[in-house]
Design a binder for this molecule. Structure first.
Ligand SMILES: Nc1ncnc2c1ncn2[C@@H]1O[C@H](COP(=O)(O)OP(=O)(O)OP(=O)(O)O)[C@@H](O)[C@H]1O
Ligand SMILES: [Mg+2]
Length: 550
């Protein structure tokens, strides 16, 4: 092997290549310059490859650059040797270099061929552009689908809201109807029981029975009030209310009932604008909500009450008829009690829905609050999570910047009449005969009519009448309000006292009594009737005094 190499590298017997070219200078330089240019070009290629690979490290076949660079470098060297052998005959060394170049070329070719299909699989620029367009289209379709899905979800939520509102509306109407008739019956019972009680004072057993009837009638009356509140048919007297002050008083009232085991934490917003709401009903609503919170925290807890201004957005009021987007006064009651199961959440506002034991809850608390808030043109939102607690938000309309003057409380009137003449208009026979007896027993003279037309006939007959006491809802062409208008046209200055189990918008706007209207809600006790009759007749005298003498 060694001797073979020695023989190969021994160049003493060879002539330089220039001799073959007869040392012709043009030929010699043609070879030299051509080989030099080829070699320089070959040598530049590995540099270019090195720069390429170092700059594009993500290039998939970058490793291929190194065997390729070695092969090119070897090719370049063979041309350098071609120049050298023009003068120095080192053909053995040149042959060895060519052999190395041949090995590098085989190695490179063997590596390169299998790569061809992979390199061909790399997408061209045009293919990439197409893929990009397809991707953009796919993205657009995805966004469109997401948009449709969102719309669909919104529609579903709104549909649920509307369905729930319709259900509450239907239940409300049914409840209102029942409560109305029930009220008439209760009016008779509540009003006559006092007469009966007075007559049986000597008999202990009968006195106890009358007390039982009175209690039962009072419970019935409270139930009907709740039902009417839910049905949005209770007469409301909204006024400008300082909600913070009202909450302080209500919390004071609540503390003994709620008990020491529940902390009431009140956070009023300073300078809270006033709300336009019936303050008595608002107190009742807050008490109901606080009692619910107490019942949800039998082992104690915290009831946080906040007041603030809040905005209802169009999306919040969607599906709620008569509810306008805008600024409201918000009252939040937040407890950390047992919370409400998701399945029950949709039912809690329904009348008679309760999870409490028989005798512990009527299921009318939240429905009353719901009806009252809706009738007040407000909104109620209840969030709850089982085991975490419940948050009830009441949104009440804001009072106008300039508030109307408050109606002064009428002075305590004397209970009995002085034979003034009261024209009683009532379509229900039972109630009419009770009211007539009741009014007469209070020291008045009565006239009666069972409809608007009959009452007008009495007035047209010229009979003296001091007060028109009329039911609001009456069958026939004329309701109580229309009768009052007609009667006042015939007898200017005639005072009118309205009565009803509910008002059905006949003397009120959305259940809110107009200013100056005298109204006695059914069922009423004898004392309430006596008081309202005096208020009505006193008002009449004041009014007549104001009419200039003709
Ligand atoms: N803050 C609350 N935490 C947990 N559950 C509540 C809360 N408020 C209401 N609930 C649930 O809603 C139901 C209905 O409440 P609602 O006030 O209408 O009736 P009630 O409290 O059961 O009876 P009532 O108020 O007539 O005495 C309750 O029985 C209770 O299951
Ligand atoms: Mg309750």
């Amino acid at each position: 092997m060694w001797s073979f190499l020695e023989r190969l590298l021994d160049s003493s017997t060879f002539s330089p290549h220039g001799i073959c070219l007869l040392w012709e200078p043009e030929l010699i330089w043609l070879h030299v310059i051509s080989d030099a240019i080829i070699a320089a070009s070959y040598f530049s290629i590995p540099f270019a490859l090195a720069i390429l690979v170092s700059k594009r490290r993500d290039f998939q076949f970058g490793w291929m650059a190194w065997p390729f660079a070695a092969f090119i470098l070897a090719c370049g060297l063979t041309h350098v040797f071609s120049i050298y052998t023009l003068w120095v005959p080192i053909y053995g060394l040149e042959g060895l270099l060519k052999a190395l170049t041949a090995i590098a070329s085989i190695f490179t070719a063997v590596l390169l061929w299998p790569l061809i299909p992979k390199i061909l699989a790399i997408p061209t620029e045009a293919q990439l552009r197409e893929a990009h367009i397809a991707l953009a289209e796919e993205e657009r379709q995805r966004q469109h689908s997401e948009f449709l899905l969102e719309r669909f979800r919104e529609a579903e939520v709104n549909e649920n809201k509307i369905r729930q509102a319709q259900k509450m509306e239907a239940v409300g109407q049914l409840t209102g109807g029942i409560a109305h008739d029930f009220n008439n019956i209760l009016t008779v019972i509540t009003g006559t029981i006092d007469i009966l009680a007075e007559a049986v004072t000597h008999n202990r057993q009968l006195t106890e029975i009358t007390a039982l009837i009175r209690d039962a009638a009072e419970r019935g009356a409270s139930l009907t009030r709740h039902l009417l509140a839910f049905a949005r048919k209770q007469p409301l007297q909204p006024s400008d209310v300082d909600v913070n002050a009202l909450m302080v008083d209500t919390i004071e009232l609540l503390r003994p009932t709620i008990g020491d085991h529940v902390d009431i934490d009140f956070h009023p917003m300073p300078d809270l604008p006033r709300a336009l709401v019936d303050s008595n009903q608002l107190v009742t609503a807050i008490i109901n909500l606080a009692l619910n919170a107490r019942d949800a925290m039998p082992k104690g807890g915290q009831l946080r009450i906040e007041t603030r201004t809040a905005e209802l957005k169009p999306s919040d009021v969607h599906g709620h008829d008569g509810l306008a987007a805008g600024d409201y006064i918000a009252i939040a009651l937040i407890d950390n009690g047992q919370g409400i199961a998701e399945a029950d959440l949709a039912k809690v506002f329904e009348p008679f829905f309760t999870t409490k034991d028989v005798g512990k809850g009527t299921g009318l608390g939240l429905s009353m609050v719901y009806g009252f808030v809706k009738q007040s043109n407000g909104h109620i939102v209840l969030d709850s999570e089982l085991g975490r607690g419940t948050r009830v938000m009441l949104y009440l309309p804001r009072a106008a910047a300039v508030s109307p003057a408050a109606v002064p409380e009428p002075r305590q009137p004397e209970a009995r009449g002085a034979q003034e003449i009261v024209l009683v208009v009532e379509d229900d026979r039972l109630v009419r005969s009770y009211v007539l007896t009741q009014i007469e027993s209070l020291g008045y003279t009565t006239l009666s009519a069972n409809s608007g037309a009959e009452a007008l006939a009495v007035l047209d007959s010229g009979a003296p009448v001091d007060l028109l006491f009329t039911d609001v809802i009456m069958p026939g062409a004329m309701n109580g309000r229309e009768l009052a208008t007609e009667a006042e046209r015939r007898r200017p200055g005639l005072r009118v006292l309205f009565t009803s189990g509910y008002t059905e918008n006949a003397i009120d706007q959305d259940g809110k009594l107009e200013q100056g209207i005298l109204f006695l809600g059914k069922p009423y006790s004898r004392a309430q009737l006596a008081r309202m009759l005096r208020v009505a007749l006193r008002e009449r005298r004041t009014r007549l005094a104001q009419v200039p003498a003709e």
